[in-house]
Design a protein around this ligand. Structure first.
Ligand SMILES: [Zn+2]
Length: 413
């Protein structure tokens, strides 16, 4: 632990992109005190948890983080006053004002359908669930809601976060956030667990255009992720879960018996794909609305993003800052370019140890004092991630802020 702490200190000193954080969270200081009224909270190595910290500048933030050397940094809301002055006013006079619209997707919510790993474990097979989530939510948030400034981040262990930073998203009320979540949350605590009388989103009348577009993506991933990689119809434990979603008792018991009777290790054993095609074929041959949409409902149940709604709705919820180091894995919480999410590999992202090794290797090789110093991150494999953070997220936002400022000036004449 002591060694991790000393590594962390060097990481914050030399690699953590404080000025980029300022650039991000000040949002061009379009509104005064935006950075200074932001809540920061820290988890220390001793498990002490400090909330409601706030800083005026990137330097102030950096020196405090170097002093505390937190194992986790969380970002909260922008309040009406600086959070560090919270105690100087009554509780009712301290209110969260704005916050990015955020989403948190955690692999443990997929434990009922994962066949490869469980709990905190992940592998490339189940990482697909995160890739699918990024694709589906990114499309819906940009096309259906028109948001432009989304930052996707690997949580460092087994999930992803999304920060929607558009001005319109930041100023949304909890009610508006709730409405967005309700729109996106097709599979709430398990699609089939919806209450009686609740609308069935799979019903033809409710299957809105956004779901039609999502379905096109989900169908492709279902074949690869669920049938091939997860092989969900390959073992009784897992096919029983899927068969539960088939709305026909006779079919469920018959297929279960048939598959159980097959010798699992013989060459004649059918694959999950063949078994799935069999289910779909039989459903097609039956009459009734429930049968027509049953295969679609199963595909949604198995692949549609599972959101932690509370994180998205509450204004004062905290979310781990990008570029933190996960204390258990040592991996850095790096941004993910959604257009490249298919090739993102969480198991090969830089770790704190690999980055410090790279810094040392660079110094050993470049000991010529006349050499113009590169920024530290450029000496390491953190470079593409910092570059994406700047060029893919901060630059487009800055040009929008400039555009807004011009509009304001124009209007004042
Ligand atoms: Zn796995």
């Amino acid at each position: 632990m002591a060694q991790f702490q000393s590594w962390l200190h060097i990481f914050y000193q030399r690699l953590f992109p404080f000025t980029d954080f300022y650039r991000w969270l000040a949002y061009g200081e379009m509104s005064k005190g935006y950075f200074a009224n932001r809540e920061w909270s820290f988890t220390l190595a001793s498990d002490v948890y400090i909330r409601f910290q706030s800083y005026k500048t990137a330097d102030e933030l950096k020196s405090e983080i170097l002093r505390l050397c937190p194992v986790k940094i969380d970002i909260g809301a922008v309040y009406n006053i600086a959070p560090k002055d919270k105690k100087t006013v009554g509780p009712s006079a301290f209110r969260p004002r704005e916050r990015e619209l955020v989403f948190d997707i955690d692999m443990t919510d997929y434990d009922d359908i994962r066949t490869c790993c469980s709990g905190a474990e992940i592998c490339l097979k189940c990482w697909d669930f995160m890739t699918i989530s990024i694709k589906i939510l990114h499309r819906a948030l940009t096309e259906d809601f028109g948001f432009k400034h989304l930052l996707w981040v690997y949580s460092g262990r087994r999930g992803v976060h999304c920060w929607v930073a558009d001005e319109r998203a930041r100023s949304m009320s909890p009610e508006a956030r709730s409405a967005v979540v309700a729109y996106l949350e097709v599979v709430k605590g398990g699609y089939h667990q919806r209450g009686q009388g609740d609308e069935d989103p799979m019903d033809e009348r409710n299957f809105h255009p956004s779901l039609v577009r999502a379905y096109a993506v989900l169908k492709k991933h279902f074949a690869k992720t669920i049938l091939l990689n997860m092989d969900v119809l390959g073992s009784r434990e897992h096919w029983m879960k899927l068969l539960q979603l088939v709305p026909d008792h006779e079919m469920r018991t018959r297929l279960d018996k048939e598959w159980t009777d097959e010798t699992p290790d013989s060459d004649s054993g059918t694959t999950s794909e063949e078994r799935w095609n069999r289910i779909v074929g039989e459903l097609r041959g039956k009459k009734g609305a429930a049968f027509e949409t049953a295969d679609r409902a199963i595909i949604f149940r198995y692949t549609y993003p599972r959101l932690d709604a509370n994180v998205s709705i509450g204004l004062n919820h905290l979310l781990k800052a990008p570029f933190c180091v996960h204390p258990k894995t040592g991996r850095v919480c790096v941004p993910i370019d959604p257009t490249q999410c298919d090739t993102f590999n969480p198991l090969t992202v830089p770790t704190i140890q690999s980055l410090l090794d790279e810094l040392n290797a660079w110094s050993a090789k470049n000991n010529n004092p006349s050499y113009i110093e590169a920024e530290n991150y450029q000496k390491t494999s953190l470079e593409p991630y910092v570059k994406y953070f700047r060029q893919g997220f901060l630059d487009p936002m800055a040009s929008e802020v400039r555009q807004r400022m011009r509009e304001r000036v124009d209007m004042s004449f």
